[in-house]
Design a protein around this ligand. Structure first.
Ligand code: BZS
Ligand code: ZN
Length: 420
C-alpha cells in the first residue's frame, strides 16, 4: 500500500484538486511545563512555536499543537495537560455567564461617554483613529481643566493590545472612573489630577476583543483582525508590531499563523500606527509631553520594563542610570501590588513591543504590567467578573506612584531631571 502510493505519487503527480481533502490540523491544547525557571529556556520554547500563556517562577503554561507538544517532550520537558474550562454562553457578542461585569466595546463606549457627561470639565472622550474593521480607537483624557492643553507632565495608560486580556479594559476604565470621581473629594487624587494630564487608551485592539466574544464563548484570541495578504491567516500581534528593533532578535514570529506574528512591516497594523502617530503628536515645541506610561496585559502578575529585545540591562539610549531608574520605580510599584518586578527580557526576549518603542523613540518611562492571576488554573485570561473590583483596585497605589513621579521619574534614585 505504501509502495503503491509512493509509486503513484512519483509516477503521476496528483494535481491539487485530485488530492483527498485534508483533515483540519488537530487543535492546540494547554499544558503546564514544569521545571522551567529561566529566560533562556522560556525564549527557546517560544521560538520553537508553542505559545506562552502564563509564566510562574518554575513553570510555564503554554498552548501547543500535538506535534509541538511531542517535540517539547522529546527534548526532555515534562508537560502536564490542563483541563479546558467551558463557560455558559449568554449570546453572540456577549460575555458568558459569570462575566457580565466585563465591558464589550459598545458598553465601554457608553460608560466613558456617561463619565464625560457627568464630569464635563474632567473627562473628555475622543479617538486617535480607526481599527482595521472601522471601530474608533478610543482615547480618554482626564485633567482638572480637560479642554485646555496644560503645561504639566502627561501620563499614558494603554490596555487590551491583546484581545483576550479583557481584565485590562476594566483596569483602564477603573483608572478613568477613580480619577474622575476622586477629583474634588480625595485629596491625593485631586492633587494628581490638578498637576498632571492623564491619557487612557482603554481598548487598543477593539476588533480582537470583540472577536474574542463573538460566538458567546471565548475564542482565546490575541492578535488584531487584519488579514495577512497572500495568506488565509488573520491577525498581527500588535505588541510585536512596534517599530523599534522590529523583528530583530527572534522575539516574534515571521509566520502569519503564529500568535506572535510581527506583521509584514513595522506599524503595518493600523492600531499601532495610529497610536504611534498620536504619541508622536504629543511632541510640542520639540518636547514629548508624555513622561510615563503603563501598558496593561494579563496574566502573570508582573511589572516589566525595557528593553525586551536584549537581555542586556542597557541598550541604545538606555544607560545604566536609566536602567537603575526603571528598576527602582518598577520595584516600588511592585511593592504596592505584590507583582514580580523584572526587565521584560528576563521573562523572554520580545521584539517590537510597545515599551521598547516608547523608550527608544521618546524616552517615555514605559512599563508593562501583567495583571491577575498567576496561572491558567486560576482562570488565566478569563477570571470571573467577581475579581474585577479587587484586581483593578489592587493597582491604585502603583498608578498613583507613577503619576506622582511623572514630574521627574529619575528623582526616585535621587537623580535630577533634565526634562520638564
Ligand atoms: C502578554 C505577555 C507579554 C507579551 C509580555 C511582554 C510584554 C514581554 C512586553 C515583553 C515586553 O501578552 O501579556 O508577550 O506581549
Ligand atoms: Zn498581552
Amino acid at each position: 500500500m505504501v509502495m503503491l502510493v509512493g509509486m503513484l505519487t512519483l509516477g503521476v503527480p496528483l494535481s491539487a484538486t485530485a488530492q483527498p481533502p485534508q483533515p483540519p490540523p488537530p487543535p492546540p491544547s494547554t499544558y503546564r511545563v514544569v521545571g522551567v525557571d529561566n529566560a533562556a529556556a522560556r525564549t527557546a520554547i517560544a521560538r520553537q512555536g508553542a505559545e506562552i500563556l502564563g509564566i510562574g517562577r518554575d513553570f510555564l503554561e503554554i498552548r501547543a499543537t500535538p506535534a509541538q507538544a511531542e517535540q517539547l517532550r522529546a527534548g526532555g520537558l515534562q508537560l502536564v495537560p490542563l483541563p479546558a474550562a467551558a463557560p455558559i454562553p449568554v449570546g453572540p457578542g456577549k460575555f458568558p455567564v459569570g462575566y457580565q461585569g466585563y465591558h464589550t466595546y459598545a458598553q465601554l463606549t457608553d460608560e466613558l461617554n456617561a463619565l464625560a457627561a457627568a464630569h464635563p470639565n474632567q473627562v473628555a472622550v475622543s479617538s486617535y483613529g480607526k481599527s482595521v474593521q472601522g471601530r474608533p480607537l478610543l482615547l480618554v483624557k482626564v485633567s482638572d481643566d480637560v479642554h485646555t492643553d496644560k503645561r504639566g507632565p502627561e501620563v499614558l495608560f494603554t490596555c487590551a493590545q491583546h484581545a483576550r486580556e479583557h481584565l485590562t479594559v476594566e483596569m483602564c476604565l477603573h483608572i478613568v472612573k477613580r480619577l474622575a470621581q476622586g477629583y474634588g473629594t480625595d485629596p491625593t487624587i485631586t492633587r494628581l489630577v490638578r498637576s498632571r494630564e492623564v491619557w487612557v487608551a482603554p481598548m487598543v485592539n477593539p476588533d480582537g476583543a470583540e472577536y474574542d466574544i463573538a460566538t458567546g464563548l471565548f475564542a482565546l484570541w490575541r492578535k488584531n483582525r487584519q488579514p495577512t495578504p497572500g495568506t488565509t491567516d488573520v491577525g498581527t500581534d500588535t505588541n510585536r508590531n512596534w517599530g523599534d528593533e522590529w523583528a530583530c532578535c527572534g522575539g516574534s514570529s515571521a509566520n502569519p499563523g503564529s500568535d506572535a506574528y510581527h506583521g509584514p512591516a513595522p506599524f503595518s497594523a493600523p492600531e499601532t500606527a495610529q497610536l504611534r502617530n498620536w504619541v508622536n503628536s504629543r511632541v510640542i515645541g520639540g518636547v514629548q509631553q508624555i513622561i510615563a506610561h503603563i501598558d496593561f496585559h494579563s496574566f502573570s502578575e508582573l511589572v516589566l520594563w525595557p528593553y525586551g529585545f536584549t537581555t542586556d540591562a542597557t541598550g541604545p539610549g538606555l544607560s545604566a542610570s536609566d536602567a537603575a531608574v526603571f528598576r527602582k520605580l518598577g520595584e516600588a510599584m511592585a511593592a504596592t501590588n505584590g507583582y514580580t518586578p523584572e526587565q521584560s527580557s528576563h521573562l523572554y526576549v520580545t521584539d517590537g513591543s510597545i515599551g521598547d518603542w516608547m523608550w527608544a523613540q521618546h524616552h517615555i518611562w514605559s512599563y508593562t504590567m501583567e495583571m491577575y492571576p498567576t496561572s491558567l488554573t486560576q482562570g488565566g485570561f478569563y477570571p470571573p467578573a467577581t475579581v474585577i473590583d479587587r484586581e483593578t483596585a489592587r493597582n491604585d497605589k502603583a498608578v498613583d506612584l507613577l503619576l506622582d513621579y511623572a514630574d521627574c521619574v529619575p528623582r526616585i534614585t535621587g537623580a535630577s531631571c533634565s526634562r520638564p
